[in-house]
Ligand binder design. Sequence first.
Ligand SMILES: [Zn+2]
Length: 327
Amino acid sequence: MRNRCVPAADRHTTSRRALCRGLGAVLLCCLPGLRAQAALLRDRPLDVAEVAAGLFVSQGAQAEATPANLGAIANTGFIFGRERVAVIDSGGCRIWGERLREAIRRHTNLPIAYLIQTHMHPDHVFGAAAFLPDKLEIIGHRNLPAALARREAYYSRRLRQALGDLAAGSVIMPPTRLVDGVAEIDLGGRVLELKAHPPAHTDNDLSIFDRATSTLWAGDLLFMERVPALDGSLLGWLAAMEELRRVPAARVVPGHGPRAAAWPDALADQQRYLGLLRDDIRTVLRRGGTMEEAMETAARSESGRWTLFDDYNLRNAAAAFHELEWE
Ligand SMILES: [Zn+2]
């Protein structure tokens, strides 16, 4: 059973649900071995790399969430200034959040003042409870509370199916401070610029720019190596990339992919894929084709270039078809 980055409960068919339940049952049968792997992972210090001064990233696995990877499939990390620490995304379960918190404490004893949630997807938000002792501010896009409320029951159920009892204590924690447009937070001689984007990957994407090191933390506005998952607006995402391109960053931390990559070159693959998806679907629509045709053909030439392509491309094509048929 998998904990997808793009799930929209209302897109699931009854048969898909039945299949998922079946797969979940199979996975739970295998849990003892996977749990042993999870225990090994839990006991090892979290591997975080300092990709710029005072900016650390833990790289997520290029896979779906399983007990063996503890749901750690997204890039997460932290930044500190002279006075405070900001966590960026807490990972896919509470255990992962605890490991991230321990990693922070190996590098600094400064107060952990902020948890920035880049968007609603479960692989980015389910570790938040680990930071309850810090009494921190949780920051998110102004649309994030409503989005989390809509998906909370579904995400929680899927997490339990994916991780079994390793999901214990993993809860959604809505933001305590909302960003509408742009905002800044000061970590002590180090200002982070936060930007709430119009619908793109989701309708609640927040990006972070660290002026001190010219590092853009893009969250899932940027996928690298793993195929992008569309859960917002295709045209909006393409527009967001054009806007982000102007950010004067030297490097970017993507939501999925390497810990960091050169900016803006890192945009190239995602821009090509999403542009092709748009163009192929418009071609089908112009000749009066159906959504099934669009799903069969759109962006097929990208197969082989991306991890998990077959898991997401059909879904992306369906979502994009619904969006573009009203143009
Ligand atoms: Zn996402």
